[in-house]
Design a protein around this ligand. Structure first.
Ligand code: ZN
Length: 134
């Protein structure tokens, strides 16, 4: 930091050797102070801009993280739903239902065996009910 004149704020001399008259020294001093303030303001603005850019980037990263998490989460939920659809309560894999269940086959057999004892309309209704697919 070079020594500056206390009166005019210029370098190379001090107040006692100042070549300027009081009015000139004052206007030189004010111009110097103004330049200092403007410089400080410029630095401050640049810092603010950098901070704002940093905040913006942080926000962008956070929101893209959130989107990524949501995507992964929905994929996990989807996989869990598919898995649940394929498994029964004991967690064992069950093949997709295509034919009648063991219980349905058993009931059909019983109905068939006793078809003579059941009114024809009821027999047909029960057999039809057994092949309904929900
Ligand atoms: Zn001076």
């Amino acid at each position: 930091m070079p020594n500056r004149c206390g009166a005019c704020r210029q370098e190379g001399h001090n107040r006692t050797r100042c070549p300027h008259d009081a009015a000139t020294a004052t206007s030189l001093r004010e111009a110097f102070n103004r330049a200092q303030r403007e410089d400080a303001q410029r630095r401050y603005n640049a810092l603010q801009e950098r901070q704002a850019a940093l905040n913006e980037r942080t926000r962008a990263i956070q929101s893209s993280n959130e989107e990524w998490r949501e995507t992964v989460y929905s994929q996990v939920v989807d996989m869990q739903q598919r898995l649940r659809a394929l498994t029964n309560e004991t967690g064992q894999l069950t093949p997709p239902r295509t034919g009648p269940t063991v219980r349905e086959v058993k009931i059909q057999e019983i109905l068939f065996e006793h078809c003579q004892e059941i009114p024809e309309g009821l027999y047909k209704e029960l057999m039809d009910a057994l092949v309904i697919r929900g």
